[in-house]
Design a protein around this ligand. Structure first.
Ligand SMILES: [Mn+2]
Length: 258
């Protein structure tokens, strides 16, 4: 099996550097160029299609659920995802803290898989737990409550009532993701995720893959003689990072290769 994982693209305007780069990355995946991007001796560089693309949250900097009225700036990247899907790649999206209520469009209309918080997946025989990761630390009660309200049916109906022009204006006002990310906060989140991992990787899982903290990290742990993998995916705001999986091996890479 071959799979690519990314998170935290925080897409907003189609002219943004990260948006342009991500479109190019999707085109490379569509052409089967992933091994040459990874550039690892053991893989070679023949062209090969991937089986699965996992987008683990905060793909969009905001998402309003109105399937009949998709934000114009997002139409290009959605078209490219659909084109990739048509080549036979399965696309899975996990909701993030910036984008939720995604099932109605991505799953019901486009036929991609959407999961709201966690998914236990299989990569060959490896048992892997994946999530955006904003709930890995559930001791933050205020955040957990706020999260619940935003995802309530009431809020769902409220956001549907807002006219499109107002929605796009509100979206434009969301502070730029790159400004919100500071090193202290990323380090703090990473610490929380690592302590969460020490619990989860003692269970049956072979790997834990999260987003949200915006730091690209790939670490291995030995738990009672078994090799366990811990990943945080980084982002497409500063790092342009992606994780590639093939034949029980993980590679953390950057786009374009450097
Ligand atoms: Mn996030």
């Amino acid at each position: 099996m071959k799979a690519v994982f990314i998170s935290d693209a925080h897409l907003k305007r189609s002219s943004d550097e990260r948006y342009v780069q991500f479109i190019q990355f999707l085109a490379d995946l569509q052409e089967g160029k992933v091994r040459s991007l990874v550039d690892a001796q053991e893989l070679g560089c023949e062209k090969t299609p991937i089986d699965d693309l996992y987008i683990l949250g905060d793909f969009f900097d905001f998402w309003f659920c109105r399937k009949e009225n998709i934000h114009p700036e997002f139409q290009l990247v959605i078209r490219q995802l659909v084109a990739l899907q048509k080549t036979g790649v399965r696309i899975h999206l996990c909701e993030g803290n910036h984008d939720f209520f995604m099932k109605e469009y991505f799953q019901d209309v486009l036929g991609m898989e959407v999961f709201e918080e966690w998914a236990a997946i299989k990569l060959d025989k490896l048992r892997v737990l994946v999530s955006h990761g904003d709930t890995a630390d559930d001791s933050n009660r205020i955040y957990m409550m706020f999260r619940k309200i935003l995802r309530s049916r009431l809020f769902y109906h409220v956001q549907r009532l807002i006219p499109a022009s107002v929605r796009w204006a509100l979206a434009g006002m969301t502070s730029n993701a790159s400004k919100q990310i500071n090193t202290d906060n990323s380090d703090f989140l990473l610490e929380k995720m690592l302590s969460f991992a020490t619990v989860k990787l003692r269970e049956d899982y072979d790997a834990l893959i999260l987003g949200h903290c915006h730091k690209p990290v790939l670490r291995y742990f030995d738990v009672e003689g078994k090799k366990k993998t811990f990943v945080t995916l980084g982002d497409w705001v500063r790092h342009y990072s992606f994780l590639y999986y093939e034949n029980r091996k993980f590679f953390m890479r950057y786009y374009p290769p450097r």
